[in-house]
Design a protein around this ligand. Structure first.
Ligand code: FAD
Length: 494
C-alpha cells in the first residue's frame, strides 16, 4: 500500500464538491482487500478514526475527515470479472463509473445508474445509493447490486449476496466469513415512498444487503461489488424541448411522467416510456446561455427526456411530438438526437448547469445551498412553486433544475454574501421541513454526510437517530469508521 503523510499531498483529500473541508494525519491507499483489513484492524486496536474516500465528488462532506486517517480506494480500480451470459460484472470499489459504463456498453450491455457526475467511484455510488437521470425508469444503484464484500471495522469480512440473509421482522442476522454471527435490531422508522437516500435503509423483513447500500461509509469498507447489467437499448431518442411558459413545461412533465409510469406498468414498448425527465428553469437557462448561444432567447423553461426506441420508432416519436405540441413546446427550436454523439452533448448540457452553479458559489468564496428534496408526485407542482416563492420573496439568486420526473428538485440558492448565505440556509431548512410535512425526503440522492444531519433529525426524529447509532455500534464497537456521517458522534455515546 501507499501511505501519504506529507500535508501537501494530503490536501486534495480534505474536501469534496460541497467545499466542506477537514483534516487528517495520513492517507492510506491499499492495493487489496488484505491491506484494507490490515489498516482497519490496526485502527480498531488503537481507536483511530478512519474516513473512507471515493473520488470526492460527493456533495455532503461524507468523505471529508475530521481527524484520524483516510482510506482512499483509488488504487483498487480493477474489473475482476465479467459474465456476458449472466449479465453481471464484478469490480473493485475504485473503478470509475464512466469507465464501467463504457466497458459494459462495448459488450452491448448497460449499467443504468448515472449520477450527473460520472467521475465517481463505483464503491462510493453503492455507499451513497447514487441515482441520476435514468433512475426515473430504472431505479437507483441499489437495484443493481447483487453481491458485496465488506470489511467491517474490526477486520472481519461480510460477503453477502442478494436474497442470502433476510431479516426476521426487525431482527437482523449476518454471518461473517470467519463464521461469527452478527445480530442486531433494525430501526423501525418508516422510509418515505419517494426516491430516497436519507439514513440507513431499514424495513421489516428486509434483505440485509440493502443495509450496506447507502450506509455512507459508516458500517464497513466496500471492497468488492457484483453488479447486475441489462441489455443495451438498440437506440435512444433524446430531446431538449424549450417552452415559452414555465407551467407548460411542468404540465408536460406531469403528463409524460404519468404516461411513462402507466405504459411501463403495462410493459408496452409502444408508447411514452421515458428513461428520464429533467427540468431546467429560466434562471438555469440564463446561466447556460453564456455557454450555449443556441438556447432560444424567449425560452422560460426546458425539459430533457430520453426514451429507448425499438422497431416502432415512428409511433414513439409521433407520441412525443403530439405531447410536446399539446403543451406548446417550441418544436422548431428544440433539440432532437438519435445518435450517441449528440446525446452526449445533451448530457454535457445537464452536467454543465450543476458545475456552473458550483463554480459561481466557489468564486464567491461561499458554499452552495442546494436542495435534494423529493415529495410524492401528487404534491410536486405545488411544492415547486412553494420553494420558488420562498427564494423569490427574499430576492435571492437561484437556479432550479433536476429530476422532476421523480418529483425531485435541486433548487440551488446562490448567496452573494454571508448574510444571504445564512438566509439561504434558513430557507433551505424550511424547504426540508415542507418536504417532510408532505411525506417526502430531505435527501433523494446525495445522502446525509456531515452537512445534512440536522435535517435527518427533523425527518425521522431523535429516537430513530439513536436506533441508527445503536445499529452502527454493533459493527463498529470502537467508534472509528465514518464518524460524523449520517448522525453526530454524540449519538454513539448514549
Ligand atoms: C456536478 C455534480 C453532479 C452530481 N449529480 C449527482 C446525481 O445526479 N445523482 C447522485 O446520486 N449524485 C450526484 N452527485 C454526487 C456524487 O457524484 C455521488 O454522491 C457519488 O456517488 C460520489 O462518488 P465519489 O466517488 O466522488 O465519492 P466520495 O465523495 O469520495 O464519497 C462519498 C461517500 O461514500 C463513502 N465511500 C466511498 N467509497 C466507499 C467504499 N468503498 N466503502 C464504503 N463507503 C465508501 C465515503 O465515505 C462518503 O461518505 C453529483 C456531484 C456533482 C459534483
Amino acid at each position: 500500500m501507499i501511505i501519504k503523510t506529507n500535508q501537501d499531498e494530503i490536501q486534495n483529500y480534505l474536501s469534496d464538491a460541497s467545499n466542506f473541508s477537514g483534516n487528517c494525519r495520513s492517507v492510506y491507499l491499499p492495493f487489496s482487500e488484505l491491506e484494507i483489513i490490515e489498516i482497519l484492524k490496526s485502527c480498531h486496536q488503537t481507536k483511530t478514526k478512519v474516513t473512507i474516500s471515493g473520488n470526492g465528488t460527493g456533495l455532503n462532506g461524507g468523505r471529508v475527515p475530521q481527524g484520524g486517517i483516510i482510506i482512499s480506494l483509488e488504487l483498487m480500480n480493477k474489473i475482476i470479472s465479467f459474465d456476458s451470459t449472466a449479465k453481471t460484472i464484478t469490480v473493485q470499489p475504485g473503478v470509475i463509473l464512466k469507465d464501467l459504463q463504457d466497458y459494459v456498453e462495448s459488450k452491448k450491455l448497460f449499467y443504468p445508474p448515472d449520477p450527473t457526475e460520472s467521475n465517481c467511484f463505483i464503491g462510493a455510488t453503492v455507499a451513497t445509493n447514487a441515482s441520476g437521470t435514468r433512475t426515473f425508469k430504472y431505479g437507483p444503484s441499489r437495484d443493481y447490486v447483487e453481491e458485496l464484500r465488506i470489511v467491517i471495522p474490526d477486520g472481519r469480512i461480510i460477503n453477502i449476496s442478494r436474497n442470502q440473509f433476510t431479516a426476521k421482522n426487525f431482527n437482523g442476522k449476518l454471518i461473517a466469513e470467519d463464521g461469527s454471527e452478527i445480530n442486531f435490531t433494525i430501526p423501525n422508522y418508516k422510509m418515505p415512498k419517494t426516491k430516497n437516500a436519507s439514513g440507513y435503509f431499514c424495513a421489516e423483513n428486509m434483505d440485509m444487503i440493502d443495509l450496506f447500500i447507502g450506509s455512507e461509509g459508516t458500517l464497513g469498507v466496500i471492497s468488492e461489488i457484483k453488479l447486475k447489467l441489462i441489455d443495451l437499448p438498440s437506440s435512444i431518442f433524446s430531446c431538449i424541448v424549450f417552452f415559452n411558459e414555465e407551467i407548460n413545461a411542468l404540465n408536460f412533465i406531469v403528463e409524460a411522467r404519468d404516461h411513462s409510469k402507466n405504459d411501463s406498468a403495462e410493459n408496452s414498448s409502444k408508447k411514452c416510456d421515458a428513461q428520464g425527465l429533467e427540468f431546467f428553469d429560466f434562471n438555469s437557462l440564463k446561466l447556460l446561455a453564456e455557454k450555449y448561444s443556441q438556447i432560444p432567447a424567449e425560452a422560460k423553461a426546458a425539459v430533457w427526456f430520453e426514451q429507448e426506441l425499438s422497431n416502432n420508432y415512428d409511433f414513439i416519436i409521433d407520441t412525443w411530438m403530439s405531447l410536446i405540441n399539446r403543451y406548446n413546446g417550441q418544436t422548431d427550436k428544440s433539440w432532437f438526437a438519435v445518435n450517441k454523439n449528440d446525446q452526449d452533448k445533451f448530457k454535457e448540457f445537464r452536467h454543465k448547469i450543476a458545475t456552473t452553479v458550483n463554480e459561481i458559489v466557489t468564486k464567491r468564496g461561499l458554499k452552495k445551498v442546494g436542495t435534494d428534496v423529493a415529495v410524492p408526485d401528487k404534491f410536486f407542482v405545488e411544492f415547486y412553486y412553494l420553494c420558488k416563492n420562498k427564494v423569490e420573496n427574499h430576492n435571492l439568486d437561484y437556479a432550479a433544475y433536476g429530476h422532476f420526473g421523480n418529483s425531485h428538485i435541486h433548487l440551488n440558492i446562490l448567496p452573494k454574501n454571508l448574510y444571504e448565505y445564512e438566509l439561504s440556509q434558513k430557507i433551505y431548512s424550511e424547504i426540508c421541513f415542507e418536504a417532510v410535512e408532505r411525506n417526502g425526503t430531505i435527501s433523494a440522492e446525495h445522502g446525509i454526510g456531515k452537512l445534512k444531519r440536522n435535517y435527518l433529525l427533523t425527518m425521522y426524529g431523535e429516537s430513530s437517530i439513536k436506533q441508527m447509532a445503536a445499529l452502527k455500534l454493533v459493527f463498529d464497537q470502537n467508534k472509528i469508521l465514518g464518524i460524523g456521517n449520517i448522525f453526530e458522534e454524540k449519538y454513539l455515546n448514549y
